[in-house]
Design a protein around this ligand. Structure first.
Ligand code: UD1
Ligand code: UDP
Length: 381
């Protein structure tokens, strides 16, 4: 593999790809020119606000994208179609040996589809995750990507098993989770550099951190009513990072504006624009409790040892449920608020989170080694 292209587009993909970029950079430093790997970055432009994109390029070992398609927001069909067209053009010109896609977003699906149709080896990082809820756009993206990609890089052994159940057995690798690599690398940096606690006026161990962005929640007025009642009913300082998807609704959709006013009136709630990655890590590790519907934030809470309530009806990341570190709480205040009270009052699990399920913190290196090994085998045959 002389030339790789990573395709990214949204906030968590910048984090994941940064670790692969760092692994490639480490490899290139140690090897002579002929063994080096060229790694290009294609940003679809799915996320584009400063806090959703550029800040990650400033804080993480991510070079500026070699290509930015500037696709922006849109309906699923229109957005994915624009990405497909733009990605195909780049791939035809660059002719990479391998395309790497990450996670389960529209950028993932478009990248995988464009690459496999051009017979370019396609690798899926974070393969084998399932919620078994086909109403989630992410579930469709994951299933489709796993079934068309050539190389499946799984973050956990459960993911390997899930693929096996779907008949996918070849070229499946347990690599560990690149997000654990990122937390191991950047949590110490975040603890040194972040001044978010002071800026937000909260003290370690004395606040709750919340995020909400999943379409299944934000696009359902009924579920959002439950979430808003829950957030307003909390009895402790709560930092609520508001994703632009929800911001748009609270500001511009009549049915949601009332909810926006309720949130604004709740004095314990600090509603903030999306936080930078380092601030987010620092807050996750300093909070007494995390409440979220995010996949990445659930995992990070587990990695840093902060209990989490997942405001969804299921989770793909079942390993985080270990010993009650994460609880699938749904969105009804009648269920969530008592759980929050219990955790706040000290109902922390007694054991440490079992991080080994997510590998050894060297997932990106494992991914690169697998790619290089495959290449060596191909050359030898
Ligand atoms: C996307 C992914 C989701 C992932 C999330 C990470 C899909 C289908 N969804 O959801 O799986 O968990 O990213 O955060 O790929 N917007 C802005 N500025 C931005 C980006 C978005 O204002 O920089 C607003 C727009 O109104 C847009 C809405 O947010 O319509 C949704 O953005 P989109 O990229 O479609 O999906 P996400 O909800 O961000
Ligand atoms: N994140 C961040 N700032 C925030 C919220 C999240 O930097 O205000 C980071 C978080 O630390 C994690 C990633 O974004 O690394 C998770 O992305 P998100 O919740 O948007 O999507 P998901 O993981 O659910 O796909």
């Amino acid at each position: 593999m002389k030339k790789l292209i990573s395709i990214v587009g949204v906030r968590p993909q910048f984090v994941k790809a940064a670790m692969v970029c760092a692994a490639v950079a480490g490899h290139n430093q140690k090897h002579a020119r002929e063994q080096r790997v060229k790694h290009l970055l294609l940003h679809t432009g799915q996320h584009y606000d400063y806090e959703m994109a550029a800040v990650f390029f400033q804080q993480l070992p991510l070079p500026a994208p070699d290509f930015n398609l500037g696709v922006g927001s849109g309906t699923h069909g229109a957005q994915t179609a624009m990405m497909l067209k733009g990605i195909e053009k780049v791939l035809l010109k660059e002719k990479p040996d391998c395309v790497i896609v990450y996670g389960d977003t529209n950028s993932t699906l478009a990248g995988a589809l464009a690459a496999v149709k051009l017979h370019i080896v396609t690798a899926h990082v974070e393969s084998g995750l399932r919620s078994f809820n086909r109403r989630m756009p992410e579930e469709i993206n994951r299933i489709a990507t796993d079934h068309i990609a050539d190389l499946l890089f799984c973050p956990t052994r459960a993911a390997v098993k899930l693929l096996e159940h779907e008949g996918i057995r070849d070229n499946v690798y347990f690599t560990g989770d690149v997000m654990l690599d990122a937390v191991k690398t950047f949590l110490p940096v975040a603890s040194r550099r972040s001044v978010a606690l002071t800026d937000l006026g909260v003290s370690p161990g004395k606040f709750i951190l919340a995020t909400i962005h999943r379409a299944e929640n934000t696009d359902s007025l009924e579920r959002m009513r439950g979430i808003v009642e829950t957030l307003c009913g909390l009895e402790h300082p709560t930092v609520f990072s508001v994703h632009p998807r929800l911001r748009e609704k609270l500001n511009h959709e009549a049915a949601y504006q009332k909810l926006g006013r309720e949130l604004a009136r709740a004095r314990h709630l600090k509603m903030v624009a999306p936080l930078s990655y380092l601030d987010m890590l620092h807050l996750e590790s300093s909070a007494r409790l995390v409440m979220t519907d995010s996949g990445g934030v659930q995992k990070e809470a587990f990695f840093v040892g902060t209990p989490c309530l997942t405001l969804r009806d299921e989770t793909e990341w079942t390993e985080t449920l270990h010993d009650g570190w994460n609880k699938v709480a749904g969105v009804s205040p009648r269920k969530v608020l008592p759980l929050a009270r219990e955790l706040w009052a000290g109902g922390r699990p007694r054991t440490k989170p079992a991080l080994a399920a997510f590998g050894d913190g060297k997932a990106a290196r494992n991914i690169l080694d697998s790619l290089l090994e495959l290449n060596a085998k191909k050359k030898a045959s």
